[in-house]
Design a protein around this ligand. Structure first.
Ligand SMILES: [Zn+2]
Length: 105
């Protein structure tokens, strides 16, 4: 078993989504520290960060590729747009240009 990725404490949801994606690809994986338990406060903060582990070592390289592709294609990056009036790159989560305020159509 190999550790694929350690998520940020607040990326619990993301960790669960990635696990589902990998499972659909036939890559067996498991999440550690995915529960906020009563142990929080008794164990070091970092131990509460969700960790994604690949059960089958041979599937690790494939899982790695999926992770990299997935991290690159996070929704905010996917929907990034270019402002028509000033040419600035804007994140998909914004409905208006952060530089000039023009609305995204
Ligand atoms: Zn603009």
């Amino acid at each position: 078993m190999k550790k694929l990725h350690v998520f940020n404490f607040w990326d619990r949801l993301q960790a669960g989504m990635l696990k589902d994606i990998l499972a659909k690809e036939g890559i067996e994986c498991m999440l550690r520290n995915d529960q906020l338990s009563s142990a929080v406060g008794e164990i070091p903060f970092v131990e509460c960060c969700p960790e994604l582990w690949i059960v089958d070592d041979e599937a690790y390289p494939r899982a790695r590729l999926f992770l990299d592709a997935w991290l690159k294609n996070e929704p905010s990056a996917q929907n990034a747009w270019i402002c028509a009036s000033c040419g600035e790159h804007c994140d998909g989560q914004f409905g208006a240009c952060w530089a000039c305020g023009a609305l995204h159509d």
